[in-house]
Ligand binder design. Structure first.
Ligand code: MOS
Length: 753
């Protein structure tokens, strides 16, 4: 934090204000171009052919019919495609290795690892010809036994060491013994299905080779991840790969890594010597992009008659693919949410012959909070206690497992503010007691929690002699307002008008930027931007002091104000334009370039003791049709402690989006997998039901707006916390409305009746 931005930056002219997205007009006027909208001379179009079995070997492929289609340029299979290099290994110290989506070397093997794995690419003069020809490619297979049913396979305990970012285990005191002797106990088994990604923009790639230089247009959450993976897979230096991603139509974790479509578009372009565009169909996204793991959880809680928890047992099972994916930190929430002398947390996982699972908004915590927050609610029913009171009675004053004192935690206040605003005191204490005509009305709460990580970034800031400022950083924008908030921050730091600042992003030719996943981007870029702005002001001051009549003689930066587009000391000062003109300079530019390996090492270490977290209180009201069991969410309030809010408009919209995704998770979404073939049965928006406007009530979002003491400007990431606690709040409200505890998501009407 710099001298001239006191109180966590919240007193700035722009920081804290609900500024409209600077990229909004380009999007709403249709000028924004997405990855599939770049045209090149001689552009060809690719389409994928997918395996129809889960596990086995391709015996033969029939491609003649496809080749005969008018306009077909090439049909690439494992028999004729140029090879790609292997994916390599995951390392927590190499951000680009996090970009490995699966270990499959597409079109370099006859082996099939999941139903939907791409086995051929058709390249044609038009998208339609490519799609049609792809539909004519057939294969015969040798079938091998496939494990595709999460419910029937046996998991293994996850080792506590050796898997990056996996820190879910704990064994404090004797949780089993304490459970056995507690006067009040609940012991519940939860299950959640696989969920799949449905970003508005399906994955698309436009790939162009120029000799051994590659340009890729790709909607991504990790420019450098895509760049690093492509360099590795195609055996060229990183600097030969340029990834451009100025607009991304939603990510949510599904665009954190390059999947098969990206790799195969690049491969097809290399094989045909033509620029190639590959746009996945919605079904193609389900086939090739991972989703959220299915899960089971056991949550057992033991409490005394005073409501104090004596024991927390939380165990979980998730799945990966044999070809990749990461077990999820499902029990993570139980490290941080409730105080108890005895805590046992253990995670297990299994491998299946399905596409790798992947990040999906609050991986681990979205699922884990459903189990934990449902169980605490059920315990409150058993004890005849108000569920908020029960939570507050067990609010920890330090990490329940780590024992570390929280630097920042305001969950009590979130509940107090929320209860008042939501009218929690209107809640009847009995289940099924609130009725409005045919609707049974219920109210539920749950705690939201998301561990806050922070990386760093490289950034340059350039001040021009005309007073404009250009910030350059290869960060990503997928609709959440990332460059808008950086524009606000820079305008405040330098004391210039918002309109004077331009932020360049979405291009690997820019200085390295943190990826936009794990809710890390804004804090990571802000830290770098603040450092660079301080450096810039110092350079400008040094320049100014060299002038004979400088008002800054003997003055140091901390004594100065930055305002009115210049540096000031009391009423005396000079504008940047004056300073640069007097010095005969047309610009001053500084670069901030942190030591990345050291930073990554620190971050990996920090995750082990969870130095920071965002928390919140989710309040909801549901209406359940007494005759049909239909559940409607009728009111929502989320009160969040996400540190300083830089932009209320973009922050609210992200938190709302998370809550809406949670409503889908709770009530309508699930990926159905045919246990005979491993085929996804519902790979489309008509059969996989995400919430539409009619399913979403007005969502009231509130913040405490208290700066986090160890974060840049006091901000915490807020991209993911919105979804956490949502399914539990809904299940708890359904329990209140109907008396039924649903342990199995989604809460469909058959489970309520
Ligand atoms: Mo997030 S699931 O890390 O995009």
């Amino acid at each position: 934090m710099t001298q001239d931005s006191p109180a966590g930056g919240t007193n700035g002219k722009y920081v804290g204000r609900p500024i409209a997205r600077i990229d909004g007009p380009a999007k709403t006027s249709g000028q924004a171009r997405f990855a599939a909208e770049y045209s090149y001379p001689d552009l060809a179009y690719a389409a994928l052919v997918y395996s129809t079995i889960a596990r086995g070997r391709i015996l033969s492929m029939e491609t003649a019919a496809a080749k005969a289609v008018d306009g077909v340029v090439a049909v690439l299979t494992h028999e004729n495609a140029p090879p790609m290099k292997p994916a390599g290994k995951l390392s927590p110290f190499d951000v680009s290795s996090i970009a490995i989506s699966t270990s499959v070397n597409y079109l370099a093997t006859d082996e099939v690892h999941w139903n939907g794995q791409p086995i051929a690419v058709v390249v044609a003069e038009t998208h339609e010809a490519a799609q049609y020809a792809a539909s004519l490619v057939t294969a015969t297979y040798q079938h091998w036994h496939a494990k595709v049913d999460f419910a029937s396979e046996v998991p293994n305990a996850i080792p506590d060491k050796g898997i990056p970012f996996m820190t879910g285990k704990a064994d404090k005191g004797d949780a089993m013994a304490a459970l056995a002797t507690s006067p009040f106990t609940v012991d519940l088994e939860f299950s959640t299905p696989q969920y799949n990604h449905n970003a508005l923009e399906p994955h698309a790639t436009t790939a162009v080779w120029d000799g051994d230089k590659l340009t890729v247009h790709e909607g991504t959450q990790s420019l450098t991840g895509v760049q690093g993976q492509l360099a590795k897979r195609f055996g060229i230096p990183k600097d030969n790969v340029r990834v451009l991603s100025p607009f991304v139509g939603g990510g949510f974790g599904g665009k954190a890594r390059p999947w098969a479509g990206t790799l195969l578009a690049v491969l097809a372009a290399r094989a045909t010597g033509r620029p190639v565009r590959l746009t996945l169909t919605r079904e193609g996204v389900y086939h090739t992009v991972g989703g959220r793991t299915a899960s089971t959880q056991r949550v057992a809680l033991g409490a005394g008659t005073d409501g104090q928890l004596a024991s927390i047992v939380h165990t979980s099972v998730s799945r990966t693919g044999y070809v990749g994916g990461m077990p999820e930190r499902i029990t993570e929430v139980s490290h941080e949410t409730y105080a108890a002398p005895n805590i046992y947390l253990q995670q297990s996982s299994m491998k299946l012959d399905l596409v790798s699972n992947t990040f999906m908004r609050a991986p681990g915590e979205a699922i884990g909070s459903f189990g934990l927050e449902s169980a605490i609610d059920e315990l409150a029913w058993d004890m005849g206690m108000d569920p908020i009171q029960l939570r507050m009675a067990n609010e920890p004053d330090r990490g329940p497992v780590s024992g570390k004192v929280f630097a920042h935690r305001h969950l009590r206040e979130a509940y107090a503010v929320g209860a008042e605003r939501f009218g929690w005191d209107q809640r009847e204490l009995r289940a099924g007691a609130m009725r409005d005509g045919r609707w049974l009305v219920g109210m539920g709460v749950a705690t939201a929690h998301h561990t806050a990580m922070q990386l760093t970034s490289s950034v340059t800031v350039r001040l021009n002699a005309d007073g404009t400022v250009v910030v350059r950083c290869a960060m990503q924008e997928m609709g959440m307002g990332a460059p808008t908030v950086q524009t606000q921050i820079v305008a405040d730091e330098l004391g210039v008008p918002l309109e004077a600042v331009r932020v360049e992003y979405g291009d690997t030719d820019l200085p390295w930027g943190a990826p936009a996943f794990g809710s890390v981007q804004t804090a990571s870029v802000t830290a770098a931007v603040l450092a660079a702005c301080t450096k810039l002001k110092q350079s400008v001051l040094t320049l100014a002091r060299k002038q004979p009549a400088s008002p800054f003689k003997g003055r140091k930066l901390p004594e100065l104000d930055t305002r009115d587009a210049g540096l000031f000391f009391g009423t005396r000062g000079q504008s940047y334009v004056e300073i640069l003109n007097a010095a005969g300079r047309n610009h001053v530019e500084v670069a901030y370039k942190p030591n990345m390996p050291a930073f990554l090492a620190r971050t990996v270490r920090d995750v082990g003791w969870r130095p920071k977290a965002a928390t919140g209180a989710q309040f909801c009201e549901v209406r359940v049709d007494a005759d049909t069991g239909e559940v409607r969410v009728s009111r929502w309030l989320g009160v969040f402690d996400v540190g300083t809010v830089i932009n209320a408009r973009t922050a609210e919209s992200q938190l709302r989006g998370g809550i809406i995704m949670g409503i889908g998770m709770a009530l309508t979404e699930r990926t159905l997998i045919d246990h005979r073939s491993g085929r996804i049965i519902n790979p489309s928006l008509s059969e996989y039901h995400i919430p539409v406007h009619a399913d979403v009530p007005h969502i009231d979002v509130q913040y405490l707006n208290k700066p986090e003491p160890n974060s840049p400007l006091g901000l915490l990431g807020l991209g993911e916390i919105g979804i956490t606690g949502v399914p539990a709040a809904i299940a708890n409200a359904v329990r209140h409305a109907t008396g039924k505890r649903v342990l199995d998501l989604p809460i469909t009407l058959d489970k309520v009746l």
